[in-house]
Write a protein that binds this ligand. Structure first.
Ligand code: GLN
Length: 275
């Protein structure tokens, strides 16, 4: 019988911090326990069924399957969100989009926010959690993604998020907003990264967007003006080398105050403008 300590040792050599961390997460998942529990029970011997499950998870991970899909959830902002292969795995850099949105949403009155291409619902739900008086409409062209996003909203019991099906602003059906946010696909269709790491397992429609990666961004910038109240902001996540082009597209459609913000890695990540 192997102990927890021995099982973890099999899958990571000393110094392999990342591999060790992943093995802990997957063993915890197989056992229905958190990592803290593992540390205090390192001499316990899990039953055979749990060990089989752990080894299967480690094999899937070795094939490249993302940890978030294997355990079915991922932390974002202060929330623990369900994720499936139908949705993009929420990324920490996208929390900047939430921060910039919150800076623009008053705490003491109603405010209408749209999150286009919500995926797991991460951005919409993070905003809703911080601004109970705001109402958030989260959209997606993928019905499968909306199932996941709705399930997250139900589990978190937020009453101020609604969902609509449709491509970008098509889903907004004549409505007007005080703020529109989106983390759209922005990778170039031929980019080699799409064949590497977690990206291989994520929905292509949530990652890639035309030959220069900007198809979705162009469409959103162009159509959002028809759904923005006076003084409303549009905030868009994009690739590290797209800030100049996104600001130029914003300006060409009449947005003012156009700006780009850098993520914690110091790379251009979000651009926006006022309608
Ligand atoms: N930030 C993601 C990546 O490059 C892409 C997400 C997106 O296209 N919105 O891995």
């Amino acid at each position: 019988m192997s102990t927890i300590r021995e099982l973890l040792g099999e899958y990571s050599s000393p110094g392999e911090v990342e591999a060790r961390h992943e093995a802990e997460i997957l063993l915890g998942h197989a056992l229905g326990r958190d990592r803290a529990w593992l540390f205090t029970h390192s001499q316990d011997a899990p039953d055979a069924e749990a060990i089989v499950k752990f080894r299967q998870l480690m094999q899937a991970r070795e094939r490249g399957e993302p940890v978030a899909y294997l355990i079915g959830h991922r932390g974002f902002w202060t929330l623990d969100l369900l994720v499936t292969p139908e949705v993009l795995i929420p990324r920490p850099e996208t929390e900047l989009l939430v921060e910039l949105a919150l800076e623009r949403i008053p705490e003491d009155r109603e405010f209408r926010v749209a999150d286009l291409g919500t995926g797991s619902g991460a951005v919409a739900l993070a905003i809703a959690s911080e601004r109970p008086l705001a109402s958030v409409l989260a959209t997606d062209a993928s019905t499968a993604a909306l199932v996941v996003a709705r399930e997250n909203a139900t589990r978190l019991e937020f009453g101020n998020v609604e969902f609509a099906h449709g491509n970008w602003c098509d889903a907004l059906a004549g409505q007007f907003f005080d703020l529109i946010v989106s983390n759209p696909p922005y990778i170039e269709a031929e980019d080699d990264h799409l064949g590497q790491g977690d990206l291989r397992f994520e929905p292509r429609s949530a990652l890639a967007s035309g030959s220069d990666g900007l198809d979705a961004i162009r469409e959103i910038i162009e159509s959002a003006t028809g759904h923005m109240n006076r003084g409303a902001w549009l905030l868009l996540e994009h690739g590290y080398d797209q800030g100049d082009r996104v600001r130029a597209i914003l300006r060409s459609h009449g947005y003012s105050e156009t700006r780009t913000w850098k993520d914690f890695a110091g790379r251009d990540r979000i651009s926006g403008g006022m309608s």
